[in-house]
Design a protein around this ligand. Structure first.
Ligand code: SF4
Length: 363
């Protein structure tokens, strides 16, 4: 069951309570460059990114942010480290949210100034505790980094914002150590009801980071913890967005886009199934309908093993099958198999859209 939380709004995107879990990412452009940053925001938004975070590094980035805010189609969060003046500048530039750690902004007076600037528009603030940057006092108290130390650091910041009567916050407790991160979120979930932003920080490359993120984010979501997420990858941020939705789809928490089912291949496989599965995966990457597409290695077991697929393809010796919901609809020569499959997939998409009254697009 989903954890009960308060709700905050990033522009028109609700976060928390029973609202759908929100997928976000972060631009890796020089955010002082308006054109390249907006270009990347648009690409990410087209891929399904619902909120974008930008590192705000100096006054030039603030100036650019003013223009970016006029044109960004999705809510923007300013990521601020240390300098409270940049936080105030981002608020004045019209930003929709802030990510900061009040603990490293400096004195309480500086935090008060940021809060006073944010209050009019109730700009949500993410308290982003990171295992790698806990303060010395807390680390000494606990004898090093541990879940309790992360929770105490978060609570210190939460209490400060509560003292200032500022409830519009969400919390993250990120670490690259997955078990540590899991315990920290679980412990904090018992103490506060603010929405959580979840993710595994410094997770790694597309290969290792994806696995680490899927395990960490997936384990939290399965416990009902998590209201917005970012899959952090050392890769094109578009991959973060795709990965975010894949994790949600695996857990039945999103139905965005098509899902691929493919068999692992075995001694019965008589075609280059790995290549075929990659081609189909690429083909359905941008499909906007929640259908299941199967790529199976043999005609004997394939259609049956992938009965739940709306449409599937099964390879055989010099020919292949196309099937829908386990029923074979065509037998095709190997050289025509992919092209025929594309046509049938288009039909399946159109049928889905007609049944659901959605406008029809072709590939
Ligand atoms: S579908 Fe056929 S080829 Fe694929 S794993 Fe199953 S038996 Fe093997």
């Amino acid at each position: 069951m989903r954890r009960k939380t308060s709700t905050i709004y990033l522009r028109d995107v609700p976060i928390g309570s029973d609202h759908p879990i929100v997928v976000q990412s972060m631009c890796n452009t020089d955010t002082r460059n308006i054109k390249s940053t907006l270009n990347q925001i648009n690409k990410l938004a087209n891929a399904g990114c619902q909120i974008i975070r930008l590192a705000i590094v100096d006054d030039v980035a603030i100036k650019s942010l003013e223009e970016i805010m006029k044109q960004s189609t999705i809510p923007v969060i300013a990521d601020i480290h240390f300098d409270y003046k940049l936080a105030i500048g981002a608020i004045k530039a019209g930003v929709d949210g802030l990510r900061l750690n009040p603990g490293n902004i400096g004195s309480e007076e500086k935090v008060i100034k940021v809060i006073e600037a944010a209050r009019d528009r109730k700009i949500p603030i993410r308290i982003g505790v990171n295992g790698g940057s806990l303060n010395k006092k807390i680390l000494e108290k606990y004898g090093g980094l541990c879940p309790e130390a992360m929770v105490e650091s978060a609570l210190e910041n939460i209490y400060l914002l509560e003292k200032l009567n500022y409830p519009w916050m969400k919390i993250s407790l990120k670490s690259s150590d997955v078990p540590l991160m899991l315990r920290a979120y679980e412990q904090l979930a018992k103490k506060v009801n603010y929405p959580f932003h979840i993710g595994v920080t410094e997770a790694g490359t597309e290969k290792s980071g994806l696995i680490k993120s899927a395990v960490g984010i997936g384990a939290l979501l399965d416990k009902g913890i998590g209201d917005t997420l970012r899959v952090s990858l050392t890769a094109d941020p578009i991959k973060e967005v795709y990965a975010g939705y894949e994790i949600l789809k695996v857990l039945g928490l999103s139905s965005k886009g098509a899902t691929l089912i493919s068999c692992p291949t075995c001694g019965r496989t008589e075609i280059n199934l790995i290549l075929l599965a990659q081609k189909v995966e690429k083909l359905i990457e941008r499909l906007d309908v929640p259908i299941k597409v199967a790529v199976m290695g043999c005609p004997v077991n394939g259609p049956g093993e992938a009965k739940e697929a709306d449409i599937g393809i099964a390879g055989g010796l010099k020919q292949g099958l196309i099937f829908k919901k386990g029923k074979i609809i065509a037998k095709v020569k190997e050289e025509d198999l992919f092209d025929e499959f594309v046509k049938e997939l288009e039909n399946t998409v159109q049928e889905y859209k007609e049944e659901n009254n959605e406008s029809i697009t072709t590939f």
